[in-house]
Every structure is written in C-alpha cells, then in structure tokens.
Design a protein around this ligand. Structure first.
Ligand code: PMP
Length: 294
C-alpha cells in the first residue's frame, strides 16, 4: 500500500514558510475546497533540477490570472522556494506540486474578500506515473463518456482544479473497466487528450496531434513537438475524429507525470508498441532530453 499523502516525513512550503509535512493542513471550510477555487502545477525534477521550472511558474501565474486569483508572491519567490524545498527534502528526482487556493476568509461564491494561499510539495513516488512494465507494453485506453468542455464553459488554458473533476470521473470510468486511462473527446466530438496528458498519433513516420484549442497545451506537448521537429519529422496539429483513430500506426501520451508513454489500444483499435516502434524511441529520446538539460 502506498504511503498516504498526509502522513509523511519532510517539509512543505506554505505561505512563505517551511512547515513539517504533517502540519501542512487547512480548515475544512475553505473556498478552494468547496468551489474548486484553485490552480496548480505539476513539474518534475531530474538530477536536482526542475525541468522547465520557469515555464511552469509562468503557467501557474497565467492560470491564476485567468481564474482571477492574484498570487501574493513574485515568480522569483516561487522559483526560489521550489529549489529550496528540493534541497531541504534532499530530493533530486521528484514530482513538484505548487498549488494556489482561496482560503477561509469568505464562504460562498463571491471572491471579493478571499484570502489567497500558496503551497509547494515535492514527492518521489511518482518516479513512473504509469508502471514501467505498462509503459513498455503500452497503455490500454477507453473512450470516456465525459467530454472536454468548450473554452467558453471552462478555462481550458488554466491548470485549474475545477475542470479536473471531469478527468477524475473519466479516469474512474476507465479504471473500473480495467483500462489504464481514458481518451477524452471534446465538446465537438474531436479527440482531445488523456485524463492527465496530451495525445499524439503516428502514421507512416508522420506525427499528428489534436489542436490544443479546448485543453491544456502541455509543456511536455510543446517540448515533444520541438524535439520531433528537430529530428526532422513532419508534425501536424489538426482536429482528429474518433473514427480516424484506426488509421494510425502508433499513439502515445505526453505529460509531466506521464512523460512519453506509448498507447497499445484505444477501445478496440490496436497500435504497434515495443522496442522497434517510433513511440518507444521517442520515449527514450525524451528521457535523454530531460536528463541532459542543465
Ligand atoms: N492535459 C491534462 C488534463 C493534464 O493534467 C496535463 C498534465 N499537466 C497535461 C495535459 C500535460 O501538461 P504538461 O505537459 O504541461 O504536464
């Protein structure tokens, strides 16, 4: 059984101070909890350095701006605190989770007098978000009945807690049926993404990925697009219909937690996986890239 997240040794940075892990608590009457009034980040450190730390902090501030939260720290303060926490926790390869939320000053939907809190936690038991044997073998996905909403309905470019309810419902749907993850379509029925990662397809050495116009344009997605273009691959961002999925040879997920993870099947459509495939090569190329970025 994995260690519970509220009962660990170590430190959490919260509102400017390092607090013993078990004491980093908040009151149950908290606006962020009741109304999902919060934004967060997911980052990874490799060899003691957070990959794209500045970009993640920029996105945290951008997410906060989109949902109307004013973070009471500078970007430099957040960046420095992340690094200090890594040192204090003595972790070199770990997951990094900054979160910003509206507190207990005010209950109800109004945000006028809300107090804003910021915390950062790091942990090292997401070394592989999906089990390593599943990453090599490839993941089994099932299409979720839940859809990514229109950008007029949810703040799609904010990494905001609210929309993640759709992801948790989709993931639960998939896991209860024995799948690793769900494929989410969008409100127009185009292929969108996984529950916590973006999706790519391969056909005849050409790479395709859905246009990020109603879901997070992931930092890993952007990194992978750049990496593949540098390798000379043709990369097309386009709307993909669920019916077209069967035409692709391979598929893979990208995300900070998932890194690059090959997909073995979506519903009853199978894809090539294994050492001879491009997605397997890209998975290893990505590992080299993140480990070599000093
Ligand atoms: N989509 C969703 C729903 C996610 O949770 C994530 C992970 N943050 C991503 C895409 C990929 O984003 P990134 O590569 O920036 O981690």
């Amino acid at each position: 059984m994995a260690k519970s997240f509220d009962n660990r040794d170590g430190w959490i940075w919260i509102d400017g101070k390092f607090v013993p892990w078990r004491e980093a608590t908040m009151h149950v009457i908290t606006q962020g909890l009741h109304y999902a009034s919060s934004v967060f980040e997911g980052e990874r450190a490799y060899n003691g350095k957070i990959f794209k730390s500045i970009e993640h902090t920029d996105r945290l501030f951008q997410s906060a701006k989109i949902v109307g939260i004013n973070i009471p720290y500078t970007k430099d303060e957040i960046n420095n605190s992340k690094n200090q926490l890594l040192e204090k926790m003595n972790l070199k390869n770990c997951y990094v989770r900054p979160i910003v939320w509206r507190g207990s000053n005010q209950m109800g939907i109004s945000t006028a007098n809300a107090d804003i809190h910021v915390a950062i936690a790091v942990w090292d038991d997401w070394a592989s978000y999906f089990k390593i044997e599943d990453r090599i073998e490839g993941l089994k996905l099932i299409t979720s009945p839940w859809k990514r909403p229109s950008p007029e309905t949810a703040p799609s470019q904010a990494k905001a807690s609210g929309p993640y309810l759709i992801c948790t419902m989709s993931k639960e749907f998939a896991e209860q049926k024995g799948y690793h993850d769900a494929l989410m379509l969008d409100y127009r029925n185009y292929v969108a993404e996984g529950t916590g990662a973006n999706i790519f397809f391969i056909k005849d050495n050409n790479i395709y990925t859905p246009i990020a116009d109603c879901f997070l344009n992931g930092i890993t997605r952007k990194t992978v697009i750049e990496m593949l273009k540098k390798q000379g691959f043709n990369l097309t961002e386009k709307h993909i219909l669920p019916d077209e999925v069967k035409n692709y040879d391979e598929a893979f997920l990208t995300g900070t937690a998932a890194e690059i993870t090959p997909i073995k099947s979506i519903d009853n459509v199978s894809f090539a996986t294994g050492e001879k495939t491009l997605s397997y090569k890209f998975m290893n190329d990505f590992t080299d890239l993140v480990n070599s970025s000093i």
